[in-house]
Write a protein that binds this ligand. Sequence first.
Ligand code: HDE
Length: 707
Amino acid sequence: MATKQGNGRAASGQSGRKNPSGDDAKMADLDRFRAKPDGEALRTNQGVKIADNQNTLSAGPRGPSLLEDFIMREKITHFDHERIPERIVHARGSAAHGFFQVYESQAKITKAAFLQDPAVQTPVYVRFSTVQGPRGSADTVRDVRGFAVKFYTQEGNYDLVGNNMPVFFIQDAIKFPDFVHAVKPEAPDEMPTGGTAHDTFWDFVSLVPETAHMVTWAMSDRAIPKSLRTMEGFGVHTFRFVNAEDKGCFVKFHWRPVLGSYSLLWDEAQKIAGKDPDYHRRDLWEAIERGDFPEFELGVQVIDEKDEHAFDFDLLDPTKLIPEELVPVQIIGKMTLNRNPDNFFAETEQVAFHPGHIVPGIDFTNDPLLQGRLFSYTDTQISRLGGPNFHEIPINRPVCPFHNNQRDAMHRQTIHVGQASYEPNSVSGGWPKETPPAEGGFESYQERVEGTKIRVRSESFADHFSQATLFYNSMSDAEQGHIAAAFTFELGKVKKPEIRARVVNDIIANIDAALAAGVAEALGLPKPKPGSKRGKPTPAKSPALSLVNRVKPGIRTRKIALLAAPGADVAALGKLRDAFGKEGAMAMVVAPSLAAIGDVVPDATLAGMPSIMFDAVFVVPGKDSAQTLSKNGDARHFVLEAYRHLKAIGATGSAREVLKAAHLPDEEAGVTTGEDGQLADVIKQFIEVAGQHRVWAREAAAQTVPA
Ligand code: HDE
């Protein structure tokens, strides 16, 4: 009797197939809901075939429209209601389907079924997002990124709803509405869109020192990721794993992109926001379409229960991370994103994540931020998705069966069969019935709790600065310079001088004295006194936090511009393309126009694909081409901007003229040149430079950040 009813999972989820691609499982599941119009007649929502979709019914060709036109009324009415409220935060997002596979059984630490068998692929849907901006805002703003993963496991949906930074701005959920109101565009004028560079955000920061650690991350390069597919992810809170013997341990979650992690430069990020506001979304989409499937390894830091108090911070405090030097990250599996959604609204907009969606083997801790989130996420979906039945929307449905006695409410899809909607019952044989924990029924972790009812922040949450200092100490010189520049930029946009001064004196001076002095000077403020609340982090440095240590060798999936104009040496162009293609990079010919160069049709124009869209640039040899490009302002700007953004630049023979015309050095770290006969060697060296992502040594010479 259970098989036919309602959620009708039999097709995919129930089969318990091992190793069909997990992705196929969700695909088959979604298939039942896909509308494919090929070969179909245009009809109304009631199924009536439409003869004329061009003209409204009217009284004569020039007369008024008639109310009885049910076809036009249905169409316009539906259109009038197409929009739903956007997410309060994380409104701008893009997502992809894929699957997760564990490398080996994690039975010792968790009984979660999807973490047992390396042969099982669990389907996932992953949504990346910015936090502050609305749905239509630019991708490359300075902001935290959401990193939310829905695992469609055989035991139900598990959502790991994390961010690309391992800590958060506040410690207690009751401050979240205050924080979000402060960071969002300001109430009177709804500005700025997408960023934190405004008075109310910094006012809040200046008055709430627990923001210090996260703000340092937000001012770092982590807040301007190069792409979504090379961004780290973190569960932020300490969670709990529980094994089959009901033994618990604490766990922190990490996602590590296989290709390494990279960031934009601030100048680049701002320009991209104008030239291609969909930059991250496009990159993710195109990588998947090309078959360059983004891969992320899942890492865990596991902490024995007896070590709960072994650290000089509280594991329950979400403004703290556990340095890898204290607890190493163990890599336990890999997620591969291999399919773009069919429909943005149906899937990416309607997907509903919730940190409270857990499965047996995973449980919560008493982190007061997490505890508040457990309430918020279902609550928000009820207004955003129009009622409590959002779990029936195809993208949100588990792939295992789900029967219970919840009934009715807005937009109910399931047709419940039978008399019983209560339990216990005898009229339906008692079904659906409970499952004992030993057979997979969820049982909350039995944690002993005792306490006085009280509103107070734990003393163990009181140190707000040590880990901000730890993070700052762990950065390379270039990264520290970027943090100083970001604080200066943001505070420079703050209108009220007292807010600027409070941030410098009460917050930054407690993080690092030199950082505070530098920012104060740039803002024309007096040199701040060293902060009295500065802490002493253990360890003093955590190299794992620096993006410089996250670079992976090679140029796979990097975009390389081949600058050319008519007269370019087509044979050399072919060699360049082959050499870069062999390394997995994408070489694109960029030219003043799309007119063919010999038999090569350029991929883009200089205006359409400026240098900020590329990771590196090689000027193709050829006398006439070089002459044209040397005279072309866009081409000169192209190489100059690539230089300013610390990218690898290559040229041989006559192409060196183009660099000269832009007043660039012919030979310097990261500028690889040679004679035409040396093309193969120059390419080799160029690939090595491009593989390092940026030529940091050039930054001082190019004077692109304040000294
Ligand atoms: Fe969220 N958060 N959040 N958050 N959050 C939402 O849920 C909330 C927090 C995160 O792609 C909302 O469906 C509270 C931390 C992501 O759909 C809302 C608190 C972390 C996403 C909400 C936090 C996150 C959200 C808005 C403090 C990192 C996007 C729409 C107690 C670990 C998910 C929605 C997606 C979305 C509430 C803090 C991550 C309003 C109350 C910490 C990735 O429910």
